[in-house]
Design a protein. Structure first.
Length: 201
């Protein structure tokens, strides 16, 4: 087998494992030099999506996964988190993301609704979910989504959809009450959460 075929076969193996999205770090870990990466770009085997991120030919980009690879320390929240958990069939027109106050990046290459929290609350309720492309991304769990919908009036989530979500997770027993009230205490919205859950029960 010639060198070119070996490289193509190795690329195919890596692409299959990573659902077609390959970072510069992964290339380096697998012994691909910058020279060979450029050769693969020229041959059309991969294309550069963003600095340090490539997509293999024949694979579709997973915008959720790519976004969090580019913008670290972001968590999908509100309507986007509801969508990722399967509570909305409507594909978000813009990503709802939560970042800590003082987060450096202000210019995103994607349409986003940015929500800010204190740094110590960013990871509260953060969980990994799998996208429809099979990649793992971070969003908030159901209890944190519930708290955030109670805390903020301008959530960007349709009121009917928001109410429907809260009714369903309570009625179907999908949330952990102890976890919900623990979050609510920490986020200083315990009274609102109690009032809403009492109405829904």
């Amino acid at each position: 087998m010639c060198v070119k075929d070996k490289i193509e076969n190795r690329l195919e193996e890596i692409a299959e494992r990573s659902n077609g999205i390959i970072t510069a770090e992964v290339f380096a870990e697998n012994g691909f030099s910058k020279y060979f990466i450029r050769k693969l770009e020229k041959s059309g085997s991969i294309y550069k999506y963003h600095h340090g991120i490539y997509i293999a030919d024949g694979f579709l980009p997973d915008d959720y996964y790519l976004f969090q690879n580019i913008y670290k320390n972001t968590v999908f929240s509100f309507g986007t988190a509801m969508y990722l958990h399967g509570f909305s069939e409507r594909t978000p027109e813009a990503f709802d993301i939560t970042v800590y106050s003082g987060y450096g990046t202000r210019d995103f290459d994607y349409p986003v609704n940015v929500h800010y929290v204190k740094k110590e609350f960013l990871d509260l309720g953060k969980t990994a979910v799998t996208t429809s492309y099979g990649n793992s991304v971070y969003c908030y769990d159901l209890e944190r989504i519930f708290c955030d919908l109670c805390r903020f009036t301008d959530t960007g989530v349709d009121k009917e959809e928001s109410n429907g979500f809260m009714k369903k997770v309570v009625a179907d027993g999908l949330i952990d009450s102890n976890r919900l009230f623990d979050y609510a205490e920490k986020l200083n919205c315990i009274r609102k959460v109690r009032n809403i859950t009492e109405v829904l029960i």
